[in-house]
Ligand binder design. Structure first.
Ligand code: AMP
Ligand code: ZN
Length: 146
């Protein structure tokens, strides 16, 4: 499995630094976030080092998400949270501080003050269609590159 010796999550996967592990299989590890946004905040990471979600092969993505429903159920049971956010940051500009792909499961309670609403923008006439066309072209090229 590819590992990055400077990566904190690779060190957790390799057992070089401790973590409170809640679930693991041959592909993924789920553990407590050391800087929780709310009590019970979990992280899920692939065992192999990979920077962004867009760097994963579809099978790696499937393995990474396999346990999310069970982790969500366990989180609700353990924390009593009324809901939870699944958060996944890609790239420094998007708030990713550990460049090893991961999902956050963040328990939510009424009045917890965490917030989540971002201010929606709008498109000039025709721009959304232009972008949709560019996306369709990109998908075509990506398929051809495979
Ligand atoms: P992100 O900002 O999306 O890259 O999230 C990185 C997360 O990793 C943060 O919520 C950190 O609190 C968490 N984190 C960093 N180091 C550790 C560690 N050694 N054990 C557990 N969680 C960590
Ligand atoms: Zn790593």
């Amino acid at each position: 499995m590819p590992r990055d010796p400077d990566c904190v999550f690779c060190k957790i996967v390799g057992g070089q630094i401790p973590a409170a592990v809640v679930l693991q299989d041959e592909n993924v590890l789920a553990f407590m976030d050391v800087g929780p946004l709310a009590e019970g905040h979990l992280l899920v990471v692939p065992r192999s080092h990979c920077g962004k979600l867009s760097d994963l092969e579809p099978q790696q993505y499937a393995a990474l998400t396999l346990h999310l429903p069970a982790l969500g159920k366990a989180l609700e049971r353990v924390t009593g949270a009324e809901g939870w956010n699944l958060l996944q940051n890609n790239g420094e500009v998007a708030g990713q501080t550990v460049p090893h792909v991961h999902f956050h499961l963040i328990p939510r309670r009424a009045g917890d003050g965490l917030g989540y609403r971002w201010k929606p923008g709008s498109y000039a006439a025709g721009r959304a269609d232009e972008l949709a066309t560019a996306y369709r072209e990109a998908f075509k090229s990506l398929r051809a590159e495979r």
